[in-house]
Unconditional design. Structure first.
Length: 205
């Protein structure tokens, strides 16, 4: 495929950089670069500083593995959250999706993915043991398995259910308002909120 080259090497460098972002092709990258050229220099510097700060200063919560500006994220450090419920999700975007519903008041645990043998992802590649450590401390009465309803998500739920069984906790899953094959981040807030509220006991098949 032909890739256009521009008269300015600096413009080309910016377009190449933007093109490496997900969902950004050469044409969109060029529009972004030209847009920045039309802005005040301070605006471009603010954008560059924001990106640098994001990369250097954002950390992962030591408890739930959500992105955070401090060792403990705002959810884990909030005394008003129900610490007896842990909602297990695949990634950070799922936490944001559930939080936007305003229907869930417990804590989270971010696995960092789901079991997918075809992609070479096994249980040891996920934050499963840290979850077991949290459960081992006691005080948790329910674990909500809020993973994507894909085959990989179902496999991961079954694996976690077997691991959690020895703790004698209630294990639930989101209601089937979220259809099979759906990913949480693409589910509308109303449907996702109802699915969280109407969660059901997990029944391995």
């Amino acid at each position: 495929m032909f890739e256009p080259r521009y008269v300015s090497d600096l413009l080309q460098k910016a377009v190449d950089a933007f093109s490496r972002l997900p969902g950004i092709g050469p044409k969109s990258a060029l529009r972004l670069a030209l847009h920045l050229l039309r802005q005040e220099e301070e605006e471009a510097e603010n954008l560059a500083q924001s990106i640098t700060d994001l990369r250097r200063k954002v950390v992962y919560c030591s408890e739930c593995r959500m992105i955070s500006d401090a060792p403990l994220c705002p959810v884990c450090s909030n005394p008003e959250r129900d610490r007896g419920i842990i909602c297990v999700v695949e990634n950070v975007r799922d936490v944001m999706s559930i939080e936007h519903t305003g229907r869930y008041k417990g804590l989270y645990h971010v696995l960092g993915g789901i079991i997918s043998p075809i992609d070479g992802i096994g249980p040891s590649d996920l934050a499963v043991e840290p979850l077991m450590e949290r459960l081992g401390r006691g005080g948790v009465r329910e674990v909500v398995l809020a993973l994507s309803t894909t085959m990989e998500g179902e496999t991961t739920c079954f694996y976690l259910y077997k691991k959690i069984a020895s703790y004698k906790l209630t294990v639930t899953t989101i209601a089937r308002g979220v259809g099979f094959g759906d990913q949480l981040e693409y589910t509308d807030e109303l449907t996702l909120g109802r699915s969280i509220e109407n969660r059901q006991p997990f029944k391995p098949e």
